[in-house]
Design a protein around this ligand. Sequence first.
Ligand code: 13P
Ligand code: SF4
Length: 354
Amino acid sequence: MSVQTLNLPNIIIPEHPQWPVLSDQEKRHIKGRIAKKLKDQNAVLVAHYYTDPDLQALAEESGGCVADSLEMARFGAAQEAETLVVCGVRFMGETSKILNPEKRVIMPDLAATCSLDEGCPADLFSAFCDDHPDHTVVVYANTSAEVKARSDWVVTSGIALPIVKHLAEQGKKILWGPDRHLGSYVARVTGAEMLMWPGSCVVHEEFKAVALERIRRLHPEAAVLVHPESPENVIQQADVIGSTTALIRAVSDMDNKEFIVATDGGIFYKMQQMAPDKVLIEAPTAGEGATCVSCAHCPWMGMNALQNLEQVLDSGENEIMIDPAIREQAVIPIQRMLDFAAQHEIGMKDKGNA
Ligand code: 13P
Ligand code: SF4
């Protein structure tokens, strides 16, 4: 089976959810109620940087964490809490459950998926791997538990480069899935021989190189920060390419006053918090000939809100369940990644700081 003959599903991109606007007072009340419910249920909130700023703030205020996907995976295991409430997309909840099978893992909306996960069905991916048995299978964390179970290594954007470099140094050929942009970037940097699954992130794929060039001319002093799920011609214009954590760090560490940011707009909350004096400019998703669908805002991340977070704490619904046989296989490549991260001190950070 070759990449060209793969019959991949059409991905249906949902409308960005429109949540009722809450007044400051209503927000304070709902946040107070949620914080109490978390405490009563011995639960902790784990949120991604792309989620609504109110959720990120609540996670920090209530002793949870706001993080990238590598740190989200690591955080749960270090908690005494019996329940992990994951605000993010489904693969993040699944990874938490795989690593913490004894804990209850719930999410505000189990339909919060990811175009990379949707575009990489386990049966097709597995058949593709079977056809290339001489390759080491490295999958991005943005995949289902079943796809992870078929892999040798799981990586996040924060650790993909050193792991692939390590494998390439051992002369391994790599079958990479599912994000072709991240995969191509990793192949360019490491020189690894990589067979690529043709997936992409519908949010990052919309950043436009020509319009970005124009904005850079208007802000010649600005540093350009790009998440590596973006297309190559956007990555080529970056001063910093990295995980959400790396991009947030760049805003506080670099001397520049202005930053053009090519990733989901949810990240601006943390960037602004870490460096309130810096000016943040959204990288363009529109421009000549552009058809902006997600407009730098992941519609699945948008399915997390204070309202359905409170509902799920009341109902106890939306628990993540993983087939024990799949879990047993999937935990191996995830743990391999975490062991590698610990050994090389990658992505270690203080809680709440990028
Ligand atoms: P990070 O691991 O960099 O947070 O990325 C997760 C993600 O889904 C980016 O689109
Ligand atoms: Fe998936 Fe892209 Fe959304 Fe990240 S931003 S969760 S990669 S669809």
